[in-house]
Write a protein that binds this ligand. Structure first.
Ligand code: PHE
Length: 378
């Protein structure tokens, strides 16, 4: 004979025990299904009440409902307690440190190669005792050309090379009257203000702001009306200026040699070739010995090295001894050409980066294609 079905009292008692024994929200869910689910003994019993003799139906139905309600209440209470316990445990163990880097960190990006290169160049010159200055990209013709000894017909002054700002009849601020007796500057309405074509205007601005000796470099954006594989309308330069007593071309050569060796390798040599700039005298173009062929001009396969075009030398910048006429514009700040002299140089940051990293086209720097930029991520 099969066991008699458990009584309601037994079902309720067993239910209370199961609820109390459940140790997790997963377990309590199992218990709920076992006690009150569709196949639970209590549910089966309720469904069979109609089979009972009529006089028992009322009492059994009431007691079954009571037992069900009690178990449901106990389940809700125990479930809430277990959820709270589990939350407390998670809060204690999964503490989130909001100051940690985001996830995934690789999506953070990196410094642009031009920025990296600029910083490396700055580091070299700061190590040599130069200060880093910045200056305006929108510049007066006075600083960009006049004070830099550009003769009136100089091609760089012309519209084909220079972006002049138009739209205002007078510049926002008049350039200072040339204090050192240089040619007076007559404001020429809208052609008086331009996007600087080089960082050299900061030579005069820096000297206006500080008496000699001065050792500064000036990184920044420059603009010319030019666009092809090796020219973009906006590009970056680093200017260098050193004025002191007894500075010679040999100091320029020594500083640039230290620079070349830091950036392009300890084996590098530098070579100065005569050149012309309006604001330096003498002027030079500076080459470094080719870091690919070691200065031989010969490629590993015996042919001509393509990087230096077989010459063994690569041009990296323009430089020279600051022209006394330029110092004349800041003579009242102590730049007496009979007492102080010095050198200046200017280099393109893009050119340095292209040489070092074998970048074939200047425009890649400014197209913002992450496939290009990410190669230099660090
Ligand atoms: N400003 C010159 C250029 O852009 C470079 C230069 C700077 C040359 C300083 C001499 C001295 O070509």
């Amino acid at each position: 004979m099969p066991d008699a079905p458990p009584s309601l009292a037994e079902l309720a008692e067993e239910g209370r025990g199961a609820i109390a024994a459940a140790g997790s929200t997963a377990e309590i869910e199992d218990v709920r299904v076992r006690l009150l689910g569709r196949k639970a003994p209590l549910t089966v019993l309720k469904r069979s009440i109609g089979d009972l003799p009529p006089e028992e139906r009322g009492r059994v139905g009431r007691e079954a409902n009571q037992a069900g309600a009690e178990l449901a209440a106990l389940l809700a209470e125990r479930t809430a307690a277990l959820e709270a316990e589990e939350l407390d445990r998670r809060l204690a163990t999964d503490r989130v440190d909001v100051t940690l880097p985001g996830d995934p960190p690789s999506s953070l990006g990196s410094l642009h190669l031009i920025t990296q290169t600029r910083r490396e160049i700055e580091d070299v010159f700061v190590g040599l005792g130069f200060r880093v200055l910045e200056g305006p990209e929108i510049e007066f013709d006075f600083y960009n050309f006049t004070a830099l000894n550009h003769p009136p017909g100089h091609p760089a002054r012309m519209l084909q090379d220079t972006f002049y700002l138009s739209g205002g009849d007078t510049p926002p601020d008049s350039p200072p009257a040339s204090p050192g007796g240089g040619p007076p500057e007559t404001p020429q309405a809208s052609t008086d203000v331009l996007l600087r074509t080089h960082t050299s205007p900061m030579q005069v601005r820096a000297m206006e702001a500080q008496e000699p000796p001065i050792y500064v470099i000036v990184p920044g954006k420059t603009y010319r009306r030019d666009s092809d594989a090796t020219h973009t309308p906006m590009f970056h330069q680093v200017e260098g200026l050193a004025i002191d007593e007894d500075i010679t071309l040999a100091d320029l050569q020594g500083v640039l040699l230290a620079f070349a060796r830091s950036i392009f390798g300890p084996e590098r040599e530098v070579r100065l070739r005569p050149h012309y700039f309006p604001f330096t005298e003498p002027s030079v173009e500076v080459d470094i010995s080719c870091f690919r062929c070691g200065g031989t001009g010969v490629a590993p396969d015996g042919g001509r090295d393509g990087l230096c075009k077989g010459s063994g030398w690569i041009e990296i910048l323009g430089a020279g001894m600051v022209d006394p006429n330029v110092l004349g514009f800041v003579a009242d700040r102590g730049y007496d050409p009979d007492r102080v002299q010095g050198f200046a140089f200017g280099m393109g940051i893009e050119r340095i980066a292209m040489l070092r990293h074998g970048v074939p086209d200047l425009r890649l720097f400014f197209e913002n294609d992450v496939r290009f930029l990410a190669q230099f991520g660090r």
